[in-house]
Design a binder for this molecule. Structure first.
Ligand code: PMP
Length: 446
């Protein structure tokens, strides 16, 4: 039925057609923690969209909130001094939620890439307002993913997204990711690794000039880069170093925000307070696109009090504060809090990881199971001793995912890894089902 249409659009991040696996999976409906495909197979959703279907599919509370808002006011723009009630409600809600971070303002957008771009531009404006206009550079992590706009691409740390799209933004410096399994120092001790990373970060800051940096941007736990969880000591040490050189910390919480890593914010898991939060995905959990950049009082005050701008930020989107998206987000966040989904992600995520860890002993090509909360990665290797990743072109991850699908579970093959990012509403029983399907998959695939 869809054969002709399949040749008419280009898959994001992939070949035009068919899909990445050589065969397009057409999903036609979804409910709770399950999706159903065009052949009527009902699959436990171990993928959760793109790290964003946090409250499960087809929730009546969100549908009701969307319908009510559509009836009242589906959309109106927010330029020219115009606003509407839901955007105020959601801003109130977010600032209340992020009081521990002393957050004071929100700038809404349509998604994660927008939220990152806003944060980068905002941090530059902050330094102009604060009287240090030479602070324009950004420092970030290799292997990071910060969306697809030109700023986010430039601070992103994966060459795959750099090639074919240059020249990138000037003044972007990168340092190594705090990754215990693979790092340039072959270091397996978490404390030591933090020390190596902090020393390298400080060297780069000094080399380029401490007064030239606007901000350090990073994901508290890298998602697209392969679910990299830094050592306990890493984030507090980064914050301390940034304070020493007066550099802003932008936390890209697009994936980790609203519970995925087992805390309401990824950064809170380390007790670290960023200056700017980039939020999207889980804020509206896939129901309607929405992004938000939240910033603290230091930034608000500097810009508001600046003579140069008369308190203006010349940056905004047609869909900034989209009323229906805001209504959806309010209903989503209500569920996140009432059902304590960060707590559930922590509990069920720990259970799922425990269930998967024994598979590392059992299967020759499973090098590591890692993650925090309900963001997990299974690292596929040619050889456990060398930790050399499988060749993505061999399609091993795709075959594992296909076998898991035959066992009723959808998981995400990404080259050298299997990624798990299910709804945060996942139950212990469903986690067991997911682990069992993966065990069968690893047993049956060569
Ligand atoms: N930042 C991070 C950490 C992300 O993982 C993503 C998306 N995967 C983005 C930004 C970009 O978000 P979007 O795709 O909504 O533009």
């Amino acid at each position: 039925k869809y054969k002709t249409a399949q040749k008419r659009f280009w898959h994001p991040m992939g070949p035009p057609t068919p899909g990445n696996n050589g065969d397009t999976l057409i999903i036609t409906s979804s409910d709770g923690n399950y999706v159903t495909d065009v052949d009527n197979n009902r699959l436990l959703d171990g993928v959760g969209g793109l790290w964003n279907v946090n409250i499960g599919h087809n929730r009546v509370e969100v549908k009701a909130a969307i319908n009510k808002q559509m009836d009242e006011l589906a959309y109106y723009q927010m330029f020219d001094g115009i606003a509407h009630p839901r955007v105020y409600d959601l801003a109130d809600k977010l600032i209340e939620m992020f009081q521990p971070e002393d957050m004071s303002r929100v700038l809404f957008s349509s998604g994660g890439s927008d939220a990152v771009e806003t944060a980068l531009k905002l941090s530059r404006q902050y330094w102009i307002a604060a009287g240090e206009p030479k602070r324009t550079k950004f420092i970030s992590l290799r292997n990071a993913y910060h969306g697809v706009h030109m700023g986010g691409t430039s601070v992103g740390g994966n060459n795959v997204y750099h090639m074919n799209h240059g020249p990138l933004l000037a003044g972007c410096v990168q340092v190594d990711t705090p990754w215990l399994y693979r790092n340039p120092w072959d270091c397996e001790d978490p404390e030591q690794l933090t020390k190596h990373c902090i020393r390298q970060l400080e060297e780069q800051i000094q080399f380029h000039g401490p007064d030239s940096f606007a901000a350090f941007i990073a994901e508290p736990v890298q998602g697209a880069g392969g679910v990299i969880v830094p050592p306990d000591s890493y984030w507090p040490a980064v914050r301390e170093l940034l304070n020493k050189y007066n550099i802003l910390l932008i936390a890209d919480e697009v994936v980790t925000g609203f519970g995925r890593s087992g805390c309401m914010l990824g950064s809170r898991g380390w007790g670290v307070v960023p200056d700017i939060l980039c939020l999207a995905k889980g804020i509206s959990a896939g129901y309607i696109p929405l992004g938000a950049t939240v910033f603290n009082k230091r930034i608000t005050d500097a810009i508001e009090n600046s003579q140069d701008f008369s308190g203006m930020i010349m940056h905004g989107y047609t869909y900034s504060g989209h009323p229906t998206a805001c209504a959806a987000a309010l209903a989503v966040l209500d569920i996140v809090e009432k059902e304590d989904l960060p707590g559930n992600a922590k509990k069920v995520g720990a259970h799922l990881k425990e269930a998967l860890l024994p598979l590392v002993e059992k299967f020759a090509h499973l090098g590591e199971v890692r993650g925090k909360g309900l963001m997990l990665a299974l690292d596929l290797v040619v050889d456990k001793a060398t930790r050399e990743p499988v060749n993505p072109m061999d399609g091993y991850a795709n075959r594992i995912a296909e076998a898991a699908k035959q066992n009723g579970v959808l998981v995400r093959p990404v080259g050298t890894k299997i990624i798990l990012s299910p709804p945060l509403t996942l139950t212990i029983e469903e986690a067991d089902k997911m682990a069992a399907a993966l065990e069968t998959a690893f047993s049956s695939v060569n």
